[in-house]
Design a protein around this ligand. Sequence first.
Ligand SMILES: Cc1cc2nc3c(=O)[nH]c(=O)nc-3n(C[C@H](O)[C@H](O)[C@H](O)COP(=O)(O)O)c2cc1C
Length: 341
Amino acid sequence: MRQAKSAYWQKIVDEAKDEQGNPRPFFSMAPMEAVTDTIFRRVVAAAGGPDIYYTEFTNAASMVHPEAKFSIQGRLAVAPGEQMPIAQIWGSKPEAIAGAAKLLPEKGYEAVDLNMGCPDGTVIKNSAGSDLIRHPDTALALIDAAKESGLPVSVKTRLGFYKVDEYQGWLETILKADVQVLTIHLRTRKEMSKAAAHFELIDDIVAMRDRLTPNTLLQINGDIKNYKQGMALAAAHPGVDGIMIGRGVLEDPYAFNSVEKEHTLAESIDLLKLQLDLFDEVTKTVTPKNFEALKRYFKIYLRGFANASKLRQMLMETHATDEVRAILDEHVAELVQNEDR
Ligand SMILES: Cc1cc2nc3c(=O)[nH]c(=O)nc-3n(C[C@H](O)[C@H](O)[C@H](O)COP(=O)(O)O)c2cc1C
C-alpha cells in the first residue's frame, strides 16, 4: 500500500477497503459548482457515498475580501455531523490563496485542494483555473502559498491547455512541487468535457509519478461512471490511488455503491425528500438557495418507471419545496404500489 505524505491522506488510503476487506483505491465525489454543496453531499452520503467529498470551488479572493466573503459562505458551509469535505479553492494571487487557505482550519477543514483545471472563460480571464497550465510559475507560487496554512495541499488539473502532450511538462512541474495528491482530469482545457477521457495515458502518468515523487497519491478523473468502472480501471492500471466521479452521480446517486443492486422507487423518492428537507434547512440556517436549481435533480430520482416523465413534468411547474412534497404525496403512493422497474 502506498505511503502518503501526511496522516490525513494516509488515513484515507488505509481505510479504503473492498467488501472482502482488501485494500482498494479511495473514491471521491468530484467538486462540482452548484452541485456538491452541503445539501447534495449529504444526499449522496445517504445513498451510500464515497470515501471523500470536495466542496464546490470557492474564490480565494472573495474569501479574504471583507465584503465579498459573505457572498461565498454557502460554498464552504458544512452541516454539524456531516463528514468534513476537502475545501477546493481557486485563484491566481498567492496572497489570496495563502490568506484563504489559512481561514480553512478554523472552519474545521483538514485539507485544501487547488483548482488548476477549470475551463470557464471568466475564471481563465482571472488567470486562474486551467490558465495556470500556461503559467506554471504562478501555479508553483500558489502551491507554496497554500502550504503556508499547514494543511495538506492537493491539486486538481487537466492534461494540458491546448494539447494532450502538454501533460509531460505540466504534470512533472506539479509533481515536483511536492503535493499530497495529483488529481488528473484526463482531458485538455480545449477538449472541455466533449472528447473521451484519455485513459490510454494513465500508465504513463503513473510511471511519471513513480519516478519523480512516489509518495504523491494519483487520483484519476473523467468519464468514470461508478464504483464498478472505477475498480476495473484501477485493476487495469496498477498504481492509481484514487478514483474521482463527477457526472456519474448526477445520473445515479448510488454510483458509489460497491454492490450493485436495483433500488426501489420508494428509496429514490426518500432521497428526493431528503434533498427537499436539506434545501429548506440550508435556506433557513445558512444562505438562501435557488429553488429553480433544484429542478435539475428531479430526473436523477424519478426515472425508470411508468409515468416518470409525467410526474417530472408536474414537478417542473412547481415554485417551492412544499409544492413538490404535495405532488409527491398525492401521486407517489399509487406509483410505488404499481412499481414496475
Ligand atoms: C456542473 C459541474 C460543475 C463543476 N464544477 C467544478 C468545480 O467547482 N471544481 C472542479 O475542479 N471541477 C469542477 N467540475 C469538473 C468535475 O470536477 C470533473 O472534473 C468533470 O466533470 C469530469 O469528471 P466526470 O466525467 O466524472 O464528470 C465541474 C463539472 C460539472 C459537470
